[in-house]
Design a protein around this ligand. Structure first.
Ligand SMILES: C[S@@+](CC[C@H](N)C(=O)[O-])C[C@H]1O[C@@H](n2cnc3c(N)ncnc32)[C@H](O)[C@@H]1O
Length: 229
């Protein structure tokens, strides 16, 4: 499973950013800002961004933590990471990037104030293991922040499902040449436990003293925040 996921991301890596921008109408930037705000990261904080892909959330964190802070962006797909260092350099931001599997990080315990993952946790083989692993590398009292799609309901939800099932694969396929990837991404988003169901995964991880779900745009996405025991 993880090999197929890695190959899929590798095939869309060079077109990922432009496709993201078009398909989200730029809204992903606002969502990332919310994730950074809710993480409690401040000047000087040490942050790990898992499944960082092309590094957008890592860069948003670096803007927050400043030159005294440290941000490490990790992903298990080297091709997704490829453009990240140049993006950071262009923005004048110093971020470290490493190839790492979010389910088995080769980083010491209690290293970071915050660990984050955006639109990545639904792609890992075992989200509970990933939540444990992220908590392991965060100091007690620090936070784990997850940004992930939800399943909005009502008339807006119907519109969103139509958009995900038809518009996303068509445009994503056109821009990347991999229509299947843009069928997989909304399909996994529709099936992934959101809201209270994700909070119970956080409970199963047994690593958080508090956890909360913050809906964005009528539940189109959520920011989940866990305080590490
Ligand atoms: C939809 S992209 C999101 C990228 C980025 N976080 C963002 O918000 O744009 C999902 C990313 O998760 C990565 N990924 C999936 N499973 C992973 C794992 N087990 N360990 C590390 N990265 C993983 C993929 O390589 C891909 O870059």
């Amino acid at each position: 499973m993880s090999t197929e996921v890695r190959q899929m991301f590798s095939s869309i890596a060079t077109r990922y950013d432009v496709t993201n921008e078009v398909l989200s109408l730029g809204i992903h930037r606002l969502w990332r800002r919310s994730a950074v705000k809710l993480s409690g990261a401040k000047e000087g904080s040490h942050v790990l961004d898992c499944a960082t892909g092309t590094g957008d959330l890592a860069l948003a964190f670096k803007r927050k933590v400043g030159s005294t802070g440290r941000v490490v962006g990790t992903d298990f797909c080297p091709e997704m990471l490829e453009s990240a260092p140049a993006k950071a350099a262009k923005a004048g931001l110093e971020v470290e990037f490493q190839v790492q599997d979010a389910m088995a990080l080769t980083l010491p315990d209690n290293t970071f104030d915050v660990a984050s993952i955006s639109f990545g946790i639904r792609n890992v083989d075992d989200p509970v293991q990933c939540l444990k692993e992220m908590a392991r590398v965060v100091r007690p009292g620090g936070r784990v922040v997850v940004l992930e799609f939800g399943q909005p309901t009502g008339p807006y939800g119907a519109l969103f499902r139509f958009y995900s099932k038809t518009v996303m694969p068509a445009i994503g396929g056109l821009l990347t040449g991999n229509r299947a990837a843009y069928q997989y991404l909304p399909r996994t988003a529709a099936a992934f436990p959101a809201g209270d169901r994700f909070l119970s995964l956080m409970d199963q991880a047994g690593a958080y003293s508090e956890r909360a779900a913050h809906p964005l745009l009528f539940g189109t996405a959520y920011v989940y925040v866990g305080t590490v025991r």
